[in-house]
Structure formats: C-alpha cells, structure tokens
Design a protein around this ligand. Structure first.
Ligand code: CP
Ligand code: NVA
Length: 303
C-alpha cells in the first residue's frame, strides 16, 4: 500500500491491518501509551472544499504521532490559480512526507499520486471518501464485534459515501443493500465491482435496504459542490429519510451511522439521530484513530 486513493485499491487484508492498527492506536492513545512514530514527518493537507472532521482529525492525529500537519487551502496555493497538478506534486514531494487532499475530481488525487513521489491520501472527492469508510468499518466492528456476515443498508444518494461504503463493506465480507432514487445511483465501476462480488442488492424502495439491516447508513442529499441542486434533490429524495417508521424494518438492535454533517429533518429525523448519537459520535471520533493508522502505514515506512 503506497497511497490511499479509493477503497477499490485496498485488499481485504490491508483493510483488516488498518482496522487492527487503528484499534491499537486508539487503545494506546486512551491509556497514555502513545509513541511519536512519525517524529519529524510533515503532512500537507490541501483543501478545495470545507471540512471540520477531516481537517481537525488529520491535524490532531499528526501531532499525536509526533509529526506536523500543514493546512493548505487551495485558495491560497498556486494550484488554485492554475498551476498544474503535475508540478504541484513534484514540488510538494520535495518538502513533505505525505499529502492529504480533499477536492472534486478523483483524477486530481490520482494525478497527485502519479506525479509525486510521496504517499497521497484522499480526504474526499466526488467519487470516494475512503478515510470515512475506514472509520465506519472500525465503528461497526467496535459495536458489533465483527464485520463478516453483517447486513448494511445505505439509503440515499449514490455519492462518494455510498460508492466507498459498498466497496469497503463488500471487501470486509458484509452484505450490502442500497436504496436510491432513479438517477442517483452509485458509480458504474462500483456497481460492476459489486455485481462481480455478489452479496449486493439495489432498491428503489428504502424499505428494501433497511430490511433486516444490522447497520443503517445515510448521508446528505446534496453534497459539497451540489448546492445549486439542493431543492431538486429534496424532492427526489423525499421518501428516502431514515425515520422511526423505516427503522422498524431493520433489526431491533441495528446501529445507525452518519458521516456528518447531518441535516435533521432531511435525510434523518432528529429522533433517530439522537437515539443513535452514541454510535454516530464514536464514528466521528474513529476518523482520528483510523487515519492515524493510515498515516503510520504510509508515512511510517523506512525510505
Ligand atoms: N465526514 C467528514 O468528512 O466531515 P468533514 O467534511 O467535516 O471533514
Ligand atoms: N457526501 C458528502 C460527505 C461529506 C463528508 C459530501 O461530499 O459533501
């Protein structure tokens, strides 16, 4: 593993290794047993979109590992004025030990990895959000004790989260059912991957995805960059809310996850959100631990 660009690139064994290391780092952090594994290492964090969790958890994570993180808003970098990714990658590779980037196009992240010589971590693109899914898998395993054989139902938009969850959960030997309105399906390469693996169902009715689920997951209806579509999307997704009625179809002990930020009254009701707040905020915390594991794996290697 040289980069973390998308879940499709990871093997089941690599996902397992990251989750095991994440559990270990979480334990060590909480028991005052942390080591400065990344002492002297610097992570550059390029943001073309807003962030609370990703920015703060990466920055705090690098600090906790003995390293340093630089917040680089694309508004202030020359990349925002058209300097090519190829050049940015080659320059930053000479200063830094790793780059985390949050942007629109997946291609930009792939190009950064291709032209640079240091590890690149995808902090969210329109196509994928691998850091979030690693935290989600960690959280499910923490609450349920296993991943293998569990049923996950994702209800909502076929966006970066749905794309990454389908792949991450299938690679972790879970059963995945998704429900999205017509026109809002996950990416074709993700559906092709799922069709080849099996254990995957796609519904137009949210009840299909919620049925017998051990974990019910949703995300916003309009992602970053889709603000102008927000009203049209509210109409298209109106029947796709996670509410108490829908939760009756899931297992009685089903977890609910949301990557956050959440829009109460849209994709999830305040009641369902608050009754699952324990899981949802552990999921947010686990971003820190899962990403520290990724950082140790990628930046901790001897050169
Ligand atoms: N879930 C997530 O990635 O949150 P931020 O947009 O706040 O980073
Ligand atoms: N799908 C959302 C996730 C935010 C963490 C977005 O891309 O805005």
């Amino acid at each position: 593993m040289n980069h973390l660009l998308k879940m499709l690139d990871l093997t089941t064994a690599e996902i397992d290794e990251i989750l095991n290391l994440a559990d270990q780092l979480k334990y060590e952090h909480k028991h005052g047993m942390a080591h400065p594994i990344l002492e002297g290492k610097t992570l550059g964090m390029i943001f073309q979109k807003s962030s609370t969790r990703t920015r703060v958890s990466f920055e705090a994570g690098m600090y906790q590992l003995g390293g340093h993180a630089l917040f680089l808003s694309s508004n202030d970098l020359q990349i925002g004025r058209g300097e090519p990714v190829e050049d940015t990658a080659r320059v930053l590779s000479r200063y830094l030990d790793g780059i985390m980037i949050r942007t629109f196009e997946q291609k930009e992240v792939e190009d950064l990895a291709r032209y640079g010589t240091i590890p690149v971590i995808n902090g969210l693109t329109d196509f994928s959000h691998p850091c979030q899914v690693l935290a989600d898998l960690m959280t499910i395993r923490e609450f349920k004790g296993r991943l293998d054989g569990l049923r996950v139902g994702f209800i909502g938009d076929g966006n970066n989260m749905m794309n990454s969850l389908i792949v991450g959960c299938l690679k972790s030997k879970m059963h995945v059912a998704v429900a999205c309105p017509e026109g809002y399906d996950p990416a074709k390469e993700v559906i092709d991957f799922a069709a080849q693996v099996g254990h995957f169902e796609m519904y137009r009715d949210p009840r299909g995805a919620a049925r017998a689920a051990d974990v019910v997951i949703t995300d916003v209806w309009a992602s970053m960059g889709q603000e102008s579509e927000a009203n049209a999307r509210k109409i298209a997704f109106s029947g796709f809310q996670i509410n108490e009625e829908l939760m009756k179809y899931a297992k009685p002990d089903a977890m609910v996850l949301h990557c956050l930020p959440a829009h109460r009254g849209e994709e999830i009701t305040a009641r369902v959100f608050e009754s699952h707040a324990t899981e949802i905020f552990e999921e947010a915390e686990n971003r820190l631990h899962a990403q520290k594991a990724v950082l140790v794996k990628l930046l901790g290697k001897e050169k």
